[in-house]
Design a protein around this ligand. Structure first.
Ligand SMILES: C[S@@+](CC[C@H](N)C(=O)[O-])C[C@H]1O[C@@H](n2cnc3c(N)ncnc32)[C@H](O)[C@@H]1O
Length: 358
């Protein structure tokens, strides 16, 4: 019996809204929800303190969104430091982190945001492609979120015995226009694959990123051989599938992952409900319904309807942990569930516990 990782990776929401880099150095701003009022926040860049930090700054907009969180209206921050561009990108990614004095960090990567040097970046996809994967035209969040999700997937994979490195064959399932794969493709010695039902976005990746990218049908099978991948990850894919499509794809992921291989995917659950705005009562009702039913279709989603020529397939759905354990466990071994590990998504780590390819 494997202990589930619920709770070891509980991150409070915070976000970066701007990163400015010029001859004066680095400026970063955003908001962070303090777990308790009056705790001094500590912000760092590449593990070093900033020269100047303003916190808290009044943020009525954040207060209105997080009605259920105390102190959310006093959550703004602005930091600056004199630093050269070479220092800012001395590691592969600029790392911005916050912590509260005296509060142990459960898993550092969850508290950090990462940002790649724009000069090293592949081209950015066009507006309509961004909108299909993140719902808005925001190339800064596309890059910040892509680098951060990539680093968190790396941390989770390493923590669960599947470090990403040379010799790995990895599939980004639901690759979109390469928000995460654009950083995976930098890792030397990794064989990068990406698949998506949005053929136009898969084609953009094939033209602009290193790796093998292809479109796949709405329902499996794919052309990938049995046991082909060491690791498959899928960010925000199971958050959009009906139970019928979910089960077919769980079976397919189990088939194309090698025995002992790892699958890391995200779901929406209580974290997304809590951080999605809404009042105490509405959130409590939705959580209660999810706890009872396990799987909920919350709404239709027309973001990719035109691209896939189908307006029924893509949905918004929520999963409860007990449902994932019980139901998904029939296809793959559920190794860990980590609330809020990737944005407002919970992460599910699965293992193909077959000992041989069938
Ligand atoms: C919310 S977007 C996320 C894209 C990308 N993973 C990211 O994090 O930027 C969901 C993506 O999953 C794709 N998708 C949905 N169902 C899929 C399936 N059954 N197989 C492969 N891709 C799928 C969509 O076309 C879309 O590109």
């Amino acid at each position: 019996m494997v202990a589930l990782g619920i709770g070891y990776f509980r991150a409070e929401p915070w976000t970066i809204e701007t990163i400015g880099i010029d001859d004066d150095g680095l400026r970063v701003s955003g908001w962070v929800l303090p777990p308790l009022a009056g705790l001094p926040a500590r912000f760092t860049w590449n593990d070093r303190p900033f020269d100047a930090v303003e916190f808290p700054i009044a943020r009525d907009d954040v207060g209105r969104h997080f009605l259920t969180r105390a102190y959310s209206a006093a959550s703004g921050f602005a930091c600056r430091v004199r630093a050269s561009r070479a220092e800012i990108f001395e590691r592969e990614f600029l790392r911005i982190e916050y912590g509260f004095h005296g509060r142990p960090k459960p898993f550092a990567a969850a508290n950090a945001w990462f940002f790649g040097d724009p000069d090293r970046d592949p081209p950015l996809p066009e507006t309509e492609r961004l909108v299909r994967v993140i719902g808005r035209d925001d190339s800064f969040q596309f890059r910040l979120g892509g680098a951060t999700d990539f680093k968190r997937i790396c941390a989770i994979a390493a923590r669960h015995g599947a470090p990403i490195g040379p010799g790995n064959r990895i599939l980004d399932w639901g690759v979109g226009c390469g928000r995460v794969a654009r950083y995976l493709q930098r890792v030397e010695g990794v064989e990068v694959h990406g698949a998506d039902i949005d053929a136009d976005n898969a084609d953009w990746c094939a033209r602009n990123l290193r790796g093998e990218y292809r479109s796949v049908p709405l329902m499996p099978p794919t052309d990938y051989p049995d046991g082909h991948f060491d690791l498959v990850y899928g960010v925000s894919v199971f958050t959009h599938l009906s139970q019928l499509a979910q089960d077919a794809w769980l079976r397919e992921l189990a088939r194309i992952t090698r025995p002992g291989g790892t699958v890391i995917v995200t779901t929406h659950g209580e974290t997304a409900i809590e951080y999605g705005g809404g009042g105490l009562e509405a959130n409590a009702l939705r959580k209660e319904r999810l706890r009872k039913e396990g799987f909920l279709v919350t709404s239709a989603n027309d973001q990719i309807a035109a691209a896939i020529g189908n307006s029924d397939y893509y949905l918004n759905v929520d999963h409860a942990p007990w449902y994932v354990r019980r139901h998904w466990g029939r296809f793959l071994e559920v190794v860990a569930m980590i609330p809020g590990a990737i944005g407002v998504h919970d992460v599910v780590v699965l293992r193909n516990s077959r000992t041989s390819i069938q």
